[in-house]
Write a protein that binds this ligand. Structure first.
Ligand code: GAL
Length: 991
């Protein structure tokens, strides 16, 4: 029997006791005391029946110590339980508002000293910035109150319980509670006191709250101040020293809108902030005001009168060692990284971040959608039966959450939209939240994706809409049905600004098609861009039993239910390394467009409002990747939206090498987030003189061959290559398989215009059914003629009648070894293929192939629908750096459009390969890896990859695109690889 004392655990009411009204998180000079640090801690597997631990004189000397803030499951090396990862599923029975008796409960205690001079304080407040999921507080044995709303701030009035000198605070935290039903976000469940705990002295005559609602119109700033303070606090003075503003309000009644004159506006591009103080005789509050006006005009979302395009990221609080415990230096670096990658917006999925994050967003410059801590997605699995969003019993909890969200962060200029939450179905409680926001803040619109019919929100938002569907939303004349809408509702939605609150799922290798979405934004002004899902992988740094470190995902902690690696879907790896997908994003959304036209280039400034005075335009000319000339272009300063035609530099064109001109827009001076010279936009122009591809020599006089044969550097036995330039080599063999990416494993089928997607069959599954990962070969013939060898093989898989005929011709052309491989599928293949390639296995032999130097696209991996970050040049990389350490090993490392490739061993050249384009001008790509696709496909984590003594080179005539089907659209047809005849033609020489 649970004691009545624990009733708050399953109470839908959001709090009790001396809980105070929500207010801004302010920087005040009133005294405060951080209670962060080491607390005494005891974990119980169930909620203890008694609360004796809360007594002031309770002996906790036998307890462990735990840092606050922290999540107990990330402390003590497993001694306090383990993290659980689920996406939609609830890790407890769906039985609202109840939770199992197996409810890990953490009791925390610490002593603190209240300074003697705090006795003049009018009130003493104890603030918790985040506790997951419900908690109850005692001070000196007095019960203070309880609260839920894990990612929200709660303040308790503890005035009558604290005393000068030694005090003791006790906090009981339960992992599961009624509130857990409202916190079903796709992330780790991480209980604990995970944000700051602070004791605050509130002076008599202080300022309880202040809200500076700023506006910007016609070059002038405006402040509507809302001061919450007792009559005795007045006069209140607002000062903006930089603007010479000093406004004294003698009484509350005097607080009227303030015209502050000429100001520079705040924008994500030029985040101009003005220091403001709001003071009384007793307290001074420091704020940083940014002047901007947010408005919706028709179907446009405008800031300072100009349309905003979100090039955004969904950002969770995730740190590989700390979980959701805030690390300001790490967060600042993360945001600076976003800026370096042309990210201009953040959706705080799916809860308010640590309050300091918003200070950083104001300062560095981001358009922020600030989202409330709310998600009930698991009810979707039971047809939304019992969903709290439409149940009056939960109404107050919903309203409390949105009040705490808006009130805490309302002063931030970076916040331009409030979001009610994520994936909580729909219902009256959400509508009530929206109504509350509308009444409270008329200066910012309300977002909630789940309001499909647009009944109570101001912007139309969707997640993972396909490119064609997004286009239809943007098109005025389109009557195509919209998901979840009647025709009338659809018509209403089309009158609103549209954004993709989530798109291009960045799980594993991908996403593809970023550029297709971006193109729509420039065609249809109703479309305001979107937010990639998501910024970072949430891997938790842990070790295997033998001590090998790795980033854990769902299932790695023995969870009963979990969602595997679906939590590893970021643009940045858990180790902070940006993925190639992020580089692609940067290139796709670059805010300067270059359009080459003859001897000119048209340069367009695509920014919201900033001009290009912060940029320089530098160029370089390269012959086959070697720099031959460089300089700077004279480009007039372009206002936002403006274009100019500029003559291109005259560059030397090589007669016998490719000539490329590269233009970079770079920062002219250091910014807070990048150094001078940081590249924000790039374009390349091929200036090569045309050069014919050498004709294929057709041999004749073929006769059967056997035994051994030497052709230049190649040695064959029975038609099989055994050595190249004296090194053992196996292959080439046909390789049609790639280790499935997370997108290849995605199994949803899109059904545009209906309610989301239906289960289908993944490509990975189809590839296995066709046996692409287990092909066998039958040699049909081996023939030779003077200076040439020809083999024909039939490649097929067990229990399949499908096959591929592979004809390989080795010949000496002017003393150089040439290999031509013709690949010809039989009729009847019905799926897409991951690749059409040939694989060479290069055993170690004492000098392993461990690096590559190539001229082609680089420096990072690229695929047919993710080519924008790649440029033509000469690059080199070690075998380990060629691939990306995705949390679950998968296809990686493909370099497209290679012209020549040198394999190296400890820096020494081993083999040089020249790759010719096919008769349609298509160039092959390559992958160099320590593992075969089959080995990679078998590993669940990097540490599961076997030790390797062989390097594998795959030359691909083609690769399948990436798409983002792990949660979204499959590869666009143009970039899908259908079984087809292909030719690979290489010249191979000794290094
Ligand atoms: C969305 C959800 C996100 C995340 C994503 C898939 O439906 O809002 O939180 O789960 O799918 O990774």
């Amino acid at each position: 029997m649970l004691s009545h004392r624990s009733a708050y655990v399953t109470d839908t009411a959001p709090g009790s006791g001396a809980l105070r009204a929500a207010r801004s998180w302010l920087h005040s000079d009133a005294p405060s005391l951080s209670l962060n640090g080491l607390w005494r801690f005891r974990l119980s597997p169930t909620a203890p029946a008694t609360e004796e631990f809360a007594a002031a004189d309770f002996d906790d000397s036998g307890w462990d110590g735990i840092p606050v803030p922290s999540h107990w499951v990330l402390q003590g090396d497993g001694a306090y339980g383990r993290p659980i990862y689920t996406n939609v599923q609830y890790p407890f029975p769906i039985d609202p508002p109840y939770v199992p008796d197996e409810n890990p409960t953490g009791d925390h205690r610490r002593h603190f000293d209240v300074p003697a001079d705090w006795s003049d304080a009018e009130r003493i407040v104890l603030r918790f910035d985040g506790v997951e999921s419900v908690f109850k507080v005692w001070v000196n044995g007095d019960e203070i109150g309880s609260a839920s709303g894990s990612r929200l701030a709660h303040e308790f009035d503890v005035t009558s319980s604290v005393r000068p000198g030694d005090n003791v605070v006790a906090v009981r935290v339960h992992q599961w509670s009624a509130a857990s039903y409202l916190e079903d976000q796709d992330q780790w469940w991480l209980p604990g006191v995970f944000r700051d705990v602070t004791l605050i002295a509130r002076p008599a005559g202080g300022i309880e709250d202040v809200w500076l609602r700023t506006g910007f119109e016609n070059g002038r700033g405006r402040i509507d101040a809302e001061i919450t303070a007792g009559a005795e606090a007045f006069p209140v003075t607002l000062r903006i020293p930089e603007l010479g503003v000093e406004q004294v309000w003698a009484t509350a009644a005097d607080v009227v809108p303030l015209a502050v004159g000429d100001v520079e506006p705040w924008s994500a591009e030029r985040p101009r902030l003005y220091d403001v103080t709001v003071s009384t005789a007793a307290e001074s509050i420091a704020l940083r005001a940014g002047f901007r006006t947010v408005e919706i005009r028709g179907d446009r979302f405008l800031v300072n009168g100009r349309r905003v395009v979100f090039h955004g990221m969904n950002r969770h609080e995730a740190h590989p060692e700390r979980g959701r415990v805030f690390d300001e230096a790490h967060a600042r670096e993360d945001l600076a990284r976003m800026k370096r990658f042309n990210v201009n917006a953040i959706r705080t999925s799916h809860y308010p971040p640590h309050p300091r994050l918003l200070d950083l967003a104001d300062e560095l410059g981001f358009w922020v959608i600030l989202e409330c801590d709310l998600e009930t997605h698991g009810f979707g699995d039971v047809g939304w039966a019992g969903n709290p969003s439409d149940d009056p019993a939960w109404r107050e909890a919903y309203l409390d959450r949105i009040r705490r969200t808006v009130e805490r962060d309302k002063n931030h200029p970076s916040i331009v939209i409030w979001s009610l939450g994520n994936e909580a179905g729909t219902g009256a409680n959400l509508a009530a939240m929206s109504a509350w926001v509308h009444a409270r803040d008329t200066g910012r619109p309300v977002h909630y994706e789940g309001d499909y019919a647009g009944e109570y929100t101001d912007v139309y938002s969707r997640m993972y809409a396909s490119v064609p569907e997004t286009e239809q939303i943007g098109t005025d004349g389109s009557r195509a049905p919209l998901m979840g809408c009647t025709p009338a509702q659809g018509a209403r939605q089309r009158t609103k600004p549209f954004l993709l609150c989530e798109y291009t799922h960045a799980m594993g290798n991908g996403p593809g098609a970023l550029d297709q979405y971006e193109a729509l934004v420039h065609r249809y002004p109703r479309l305001h861009g979107g937010f990639v899902w998501e910024w970072r992988d949430h891997g938790i740094l842990t070790t295997t039993p033998d001590g090998t470190p790795y980033y854990a995902y769902g299932g790695d902690f023995g969870e009963v239910v979990h969602d595997g690696n679906f939590v590893m879907d970021g643009m940045v790896l858990s180790s902070d390394v940006p993925t190639p997908g992020l580089h692609e994003f940067k290139a796709v959304v670059q805010p300067v467009r270059f359009a080459f036209d003859g001897d000119d280039v048209a340069i367009t400034n695509l920014r919201h409002s900033a001009d290009t005075s912060d940029l320089r335009f530098i160029w370089r000319a390269e012959h086959e990747g070697t720099l031959v000339d460089s300089g700077e272009m004279e480009v007039p300063v372009l206002a936002a939206g403006e274009s100019a035609r500029v003559p291109l530099p005259r560059i030397p064109v090589a007669p016998d090498a490719e000539t490329w001109l590269t233009v970079d827009a770079v920062l002219a001076a250091p910014a807070a987030w990048a150094g001078e010279g940081h590249v924000i936009a790039t374009a390349q122009l091929d200036r090569s003189a045309s050069r014919p591809v050498p004709e294929v020599r057709r041999e004749s006089g073929w006769r059967p061959s056997g035994g051994t044969l030497t052709l230049g550097i190649a040695e064959f036995v029975g038609g099989s290559l055994v050595r190249l330039a004296g090194r053992d080599v196996a292959g080439p063999r046909l390789e049609l398989f790639r280790a499935p990416t997370d997108n290849d494993k995605g199994a949803t089928e899109e059904v545009d215009g209906s309610d989301a997607s239906v289960p289908g069959v993944s490509n990975a599954e189809l590839w296995r059914r066709d046996g692409l990962d287990r092909l066998t070969t039958r040699l049909l013939s081996v023939e030779q003629t003077a200076g040439a060898l020809r083999t024909i093989s039939k490649v097929s898989a067990a229990n399949s009648a499908l096959s591929v005929i592979v004809e390989s011709v080795w010949s000496l052309v002017g003393g150089e070894l040439e290999l031509r491989v013709e690949i010809e599928p039989s009729r009847g293949w019905r799926t897409v293929w991951p690749r059409i390639g040939i694989r060479f296995d290069l055993p170690d032999g004492g000098a392993p192939v461990d690096g590559a130097d190539w001229f082609g696209l680089g420096p990072l991996e690229s695929y047919p629908d993710s080519l924008r970050a790649a440029r033509t040049g000469r690059f080199s990389a070690t075998i380990d750096d060629l691939g990306v350490d995705y949390a679950r090993p998968q296809e990686t490392g493909h370099r497209s459009q290679v012209r020549d490739l040198t394999l190296t061993s400890a820096g020494a050249e081993v083999l040089r390969i020249v790759a010719f384009p096919d008769t349609r001008g298509r160039r092959p790509g390559f992958t160099l890896s320590r593992h075969t696709p089959q080995q990679i496909a078998r590993a669940g984590h990097p540490f599961e990859l076997p030790r390797s003594e062989t390097s594998h080179l795959i030359v691909d005539a083609a690769q399948h695109g990436l798409g983002s089907r792990a949660c979204g659209p499959d590869v666009w047809p143009e970039f899908a690889l259908r079984p087809e005849a292909r030719t690979i033609r290489l010249r191979i020489s000794a290094g």
